[in-house]
Design a protein around this ligand. Structure first.
Ligand SMILES: [Zn+2]
Length: 413
């Protein structure tokens, strides 16, 4: 895999399309790709891959906003509109979201690149913890206000674009282009407003997922930041990692900004205007990899690490938050579906795990999952074969000696 990437890189350099690419150092090797591990595509419109919005559409978000909005700890508003006029929804989460006096500020935005749904699944678990009545959620709400924009590129999601907005622009690298895209303008204006408020942003996380099939933070070299910020980043990343050492890569797994500030990303904007006062980093989850999952363990680690970085003591029993205590196969989502749907399950043991698909006659028609997996929370975006007709299907999980009850799913073509 590495050799192929390197070869591709050399080919692209020789074709002199270096214009907006950067060299990245991954485990000591130099590559040419963006920080999500993808090669840049010239024409997004010819490259869309999902009519099901990668398992989580703008409508799905509206349903969840309705649910989250029932919590007394949430206020929901919009920071602006997308190119096609969709609101860019923002959750304000705190013990009293209408009074944030003396609260410490954290900002999170997700789904800049629509296909990178895993960055959103982690964000969703962060929201779940923040709204929960467990001790960690309570401590964070008492001390902090979290602003979360869960779907920063709703047009891209609805159009089925993997990476860009309705104007065919990659919002991630639009921060120093004038005029900005409407989505970038809106988020930048929100950041500017908060940075000049009595509660400026201290941590900003930009949630993505990577084709490199690792969980990591994009570390900005001291050559592009400062020796002081380099140490701050190392402490921040290793602090989070200490709560999930087997799941998140060390700080030096992915090193960027080796030749100065690239002047295009939201993190670049924070560094340019606010230097060491904001820990603004991109987090990359695993993009559709066999190890994809454990979103709540990751969310817990990120929140614990962020609290440690901000010197807010938490004394929560980690064990109870880390691994599931029982088997569970969840209802697929969306349902009905066509042709993709998300299936999530949990297993308290490491074992060979199989999820099979059956028709109404009980005949096996497909294998959805068939692999050895660690104990934890798992998910799979399942794309049903075009040869299977509309109708009712059943799926069930076998993990070790455990066999779940079958769940029903409906394919509507
Ligand atoms: Zn991305």
């Amino acid at each position: 895999m590495k050799k192929i990437l390197l070869l591709l890189s050399l080919l692209i350099i020789s074709a002199s399309t270096l214009k907006s690419q950067e060299l990245q150092i991954i485990q000591g090797q130099t590559y040419l790709m963006d920080k999500c591990g993808f090669m840049e595509e010239e024409d997004e419109a010819n490259n869309f891959t999902s009519v099901e919005n990668w398992g989580y559409s703008y409508d799905s978000l509206l349903v969840d906003l309705n649910l989250w909005g029932q919590s007394p700890y949430v206020k929901i508003d919009s920071i602006g509109l997308s190119v096609q006029g969709r609101p860019l929804w923002q959750l304000t989460i705190s013990s009293n979201p209408n009074d944030i006096t003396n609260k410490r500020t954290v900002f999170i935005h997700a789904r800049t690149h629509p296909q990178e749904t895993e960055g959103f699944w982690v964000t969703e678990q962060i929201i779940n913890i923040l709204l929960s009545e467990n001790e960690l959620g309570q401590i964070i709400r008492e001390n902090c206000v979290f602003y979360i924009v869960p779907m920063y590129n709703p047009d891209g999601v609805e159009l089925g674009y993997p990476r860009r907005n309705a104007n065919n622009v990659d919002l991630e690298s639009n921060w120093f282009t004038f005029p900005n895209e409407p989505e970038v303008s809106a988020l930048k204006a929100r950041f500017t407003e908060l940075m000049s408020s009595p509660n400026p942003i201290e941590v900003e996380l930009n949630m993505h997922s990577s084709s490199l099939c690792k969980r990591y933070f994009v570390y900005h070299d001291s050559a592009g930041t400062s020796p002081q910020f380099a140490v701050m980043q190392q402490n921040f990343i290793e602090g989070i990692r200490s709560y999930y050492p087997t799941g998140i890569e060390p700080w030096n797994y992915y090193i960027s900004w080796t030749g100065g500030n690239p002047m295009k990303y939201p993190e670049s904007w924070f560094w340019y205007y606010h230097g060491e006062s904001v820990m603004a980093l991109t987090y990359e989850d695993m993009y559709q990899c066999s190890g994809t999952g454990n979103f709540n363990i990751t969310a817990n680690a990120i929140l614990r690490g962020v609290m440690d970085y901000m010197n807010i003591p938490t004394s929560v029993d980690l064990i109870s938050l880390s691994l599931p205590e029982e088997f569970l196969l969840e209802q697929n989502y969306p349902n009905p579906f066509n042709p993709a749907t998300m299936i999530r399950w949990q297993s308290p043991v490491s074992s060979w795990q199989t999820i099979k698909l059956y028709n109404t006659l009980g005949e096996e028609v497909d294998t959805i999952v068939d692999e050895y997996l660690e104990a934890g929370y798992h998910s799979k975006l399942y794309n049903i074969s075009s040869t299977l007709p509309s109708g009712v299907y059943f799926y069930s999980l076998q993990a070790g000696n455990f066999i779940s009850a079958a769940k029903k799913m409906i394919l509507l073509r």
